[in-house]
Design a binder for this molecule. Structure first.
Ligand code: DGL
Length: 279
C-alpha cells in the first residue's frame, strides 16, 4: 500500500450457522458495523449440528466456508459454537489467508462476574465434547463451580419460532432447575440460538442471574480484525445483505424477518457431496 492510500474493502463478511441461531450474532455485526455488507448461510438441511460427530460438522463448515469465499467474503464469522469448536482450527489451517472469528462459551466473563462462585453453561453436546470447552474451563474457571447442561430440543424450538410457548418454557425450566438450586448467578448462552430465548430464560431465572451472550463481543472482534487488516468498508456506505439456506428460502425468510427484522434477499443453496452450490 502506498503511503496516504486508504485500504478499504466493500467485500462482504461471511457469517454462518446451522440455522437461524447465527442471526443473534449477525444482528450485532449489522448494529456495530452498519457500513459492512454480509452474506449469511444457514445450513438448515443439517440442523441440528449439536448431536453430530465433530468430523461431520467440520466437513459442513469447510463446504460453507468455500461457498462464502467463492462469493468474495473478506472475513468469516463462524456464528455457531458447535462449528467453531469442531472446525475453527482446521478452517484457519485450510484457509490461511482468511481471517476467521469464532465463538466459544463465554466462561471467562462468567467466572469474572460471579459472586456466588457458581456459573451455568448451556450448549450443545458437540460443544461440550470438543477440546475447546475443557481447555476454557481449565484456563478461566478452575476455581468456579461450573454446571454444564445440554438442552436437546431448544435449537428446534427456536427454528420453529416457538420462543415463548409453554412447551419451550417447560423444557427450559427442566434444563435450568438443577443449576438454579446450585445457586448460579451467571448463565452462559453457549449456543447462538439461545439468545433468542433470553426473555423466556430471564422469566425463569429471575433478575439476579446474568445472561451472557457473546454476540456483541464477537461483532466487536470482527470490527477490530477488519480495521487491523485494512479491510474495513468505507463508513459513508450502507452495507447490503444476502442470506442463503440449504433448505427452504421461504422458511428462512419468515424466520429472519421475525427474529431480526431482515427483509432482504434469501436464496437457496444445495449440498452436492461436500460442496455447497447455489441453486
Ligand atoms: N447455533 C449453534 C451453536 O451455536 C448450533 C445449533 C445446532 O445446530 O445444534 O452451537
Amino acid at each position: 500500500m502506498r503511503s496516504g492510500e486508504v485500504s478499504v474493502s466493500t467485500a462482504p463478511i461471511g457469517v454462518f450457522d446451522s440455522g437461524v441461531g447465527g442471526l443473534s450474532v449477525w444482528r450485532e455485526i449489522v448494529r456495530q458495523l452498519p457500513h459492512e455488507s454480509t452474506l449469511y448461510v444457514a445450513d438448515q438441511a443439517h440442523i441440528p449440528y449439536g448431536p453430530r460427530p465433530l468430523d461431520e460438522v467440520r466437513r459442513y463448515a469447510q463446504g460453507i466456508t468455500r461457498f462464502l469465499l467463492d462469493r468474495g467474503a473478506k472475513l468469516i464469522v463462524v456464528a455457531c459454537n458447535t462449528a467453531s469448536g469442531a472446525a475453527l482450527h482446521t478452517l484457519r489451517a485450510t484457509f490461511p489467508a482468511t481471517p476467521f472469528v469464532g465463538m466459544e462459551p463465554a466462561v471467562k466473563p462468567a467466572a469474572e462476574r460471579t459472586r456466588t462462585g457458581v456459573v451455568g453453561v448451556i450448549a450443545t453436546p458437540a460443544t461440550f465434547q470438543g477440546d475447546l470447552f475443557p481447555a476454557l474451563v481449565a484456563r478461566f474457571a478452575a476455581t468456579v463451580d461450573l454446571r454444564a447442561q445440554t438442552c436437546p430440543g431448544l435449537v428446534e424450538a427456536v427454528e420453529s419460532g416457538a420462543l415463548a410457548t409453554p412447551e419451550t418454557e417447560a423444557l427450559l425450566r427442566h434444563y435450568l432447575a438443577l443449576m438454579l438450586v446450585a445457586g448460579i448467578d451467571q448463565l452462559v448462552l453457549g449456543c447462538t440460538h439461545y439468545p433468542f430465548l433470553s426473555a423466556t430464560i430471564a422469566g425463569i431465572v429471575g433478575p439476579e442471574v446474568g445472561l451472557i451472550d457473546p454476540g456483541p463481543a464477537v461483532a466487536r472482534q470482527a470490527g477490530r480484525l477488519l480495521a487491523a487488516r485494512g479491510l474495513a468498508s468505507p463508513r459513508q456506505r450502507a452495507g447490503t445483505h444476502a442470506f442463503y439456506t440449504s433448505a427452504e428460502p421461504a422458511r428462512l425468510a419468515a424466520m429472519a424477518r421475525a427474529l431480526v427484522g431482515y427483509t432482504g434477499i434469501t436464496r437457496a443453496a444445495r449440498w452436492a457431496g461436500d460442496a455447497l452450490v447455489e441453486v
